[in-house]
Design a protein around this ligand. Structure first.
Ligand SMILES: [Zn+2]
Length: 302
């Protein structure tokens, strides 16, 4: 049920667990900056991922919250101690692919190679099975649903790559808003949306988390929890870094996506951690409320 009113002192559903997820990548890895920063430049740019992940680990330590970190294979190769540190703090390490390419830009063999390579790097570093995968920029869309079988065959248990919204880069707008199981057995855990006026509004992650007023995020999470489901929030380490290097020639849309309200993320994150309870996804996989999905895309495993 959609909750159409909001009060500051609105009682919070206390029993629901939500998922806080962090996509571990550097400021220059984003899809928004891809046209300005080539892969061959990555090794020559100022890396800030270590410092920013440390900021994230510290606030989570203070707030006694554990999260799921989807780590990019490229980052794990260069900062192996960072991956071990995330794991040692009790967080779940999951996989964000190897090179931060949209799935639509990869051939099937390339996708499989990057997927397996990044999973192996993370498993070697943590000594644990890596259960979860999140594609670059939620790039499992109608044309790339074939990726789900590769993900399942590579040994992942869940995916968190399908945004049930309409968007210019990603999203399958008529996909379920809540966790469900694909025909091949892979569990899907969608990012959070607020269903209002017949549309799904993205509410609690990345640029949306920074751009929208906090009350909208809060009411959206409450609404998901009241429906009986966790909300899966997503953030990036570079979003805690208002001083990260800026690409001056970027167009307005890129600048909006990449830079808006970076100085406010930390305060909002603190409010979020005060208002809601979070846990690593893997700890709730077997007790996760799942919906019977009525997928409107036919034969997506063929
Ligand atoms: Zn990413």
């Amino acid at each position: 049920m959609v909750c159409l009113y909001y009060q500051e002192e609105m009682p919070l559903p206390s029993s629901n667990i939500n998922f806080l997820t962090v996509d571990v990548e550097d400021w220059f890895h984003t899809t928004a900056l891809e046209q300005y920063v080539g892969f061959n430049q990555w090794d020559h740019l100022e890396s800030r991922v270590e410092t920013n992940v440390h900021k994230m680990l510290e606030i989570l330590r203070v707030k006694q919250t554990r999260a799921t970190f989807f780590v990019l294979g490229w980052v794990a190769e260069r900062f192996p101690a960072l991956v071990k540190e995330i794991s040692a703090h009790g967080h779940e390490v999951a996989c964000h692919g190897y090179r931060h390419r949209l799935i639509s830009d990869l051939s099937r063999p390339q996708f499989k190679e990057y997927l397996e390579r990044s999973k192996k790097i993370l498993e070697d570093l943590t000594g644990k099975s890596i259960l979860g995968y999140r594609a670059t920029s939620f790039s499992i869309v109608k044309d790339t649903l074939w990726a789900l079988d590769f993900i399942k065959e590579s040994g992942f248990v869940y995916d968190s790559s399908i945004f049930p919204i309409r968007h210019d880069i990603y999203g399958i707008r008529d996909f379920p808003r809540f966790p469900f199981v694909h025909a091949n057995g892979l569990i899907e855990i969608p990012p959070p949306t607020f269903h209002i006026l017949g549309r799904n509004l993205p509410i609690a992650g990345g640029g949306y988390f920074r751009l929208y007023p906090y009350w909208l995020t809060k009411i959206g999470i409450i609404s998901m929890n009241r429906a009986g489901f966790p909300a899966t929030i997503y953030l990036h380490p570079w979003e805690l870094d208002p001083d990260c290097p800026k690409i001056r020639q970027a167009d307005w849309r890129t600048r909006l996506r990449q830079y808006v309200n970076l100085g406010r993320t930390m305060t909002r994150l603190e409010k979020l951690l005060k208002d809601f309870s979070f846990a690593p996804i893997q700890e709730h996989l077997h007790s996760l409320p799942l919906i019977e999905a009525k997928l409107k895309v036919k034969n997506h495993h063929s």
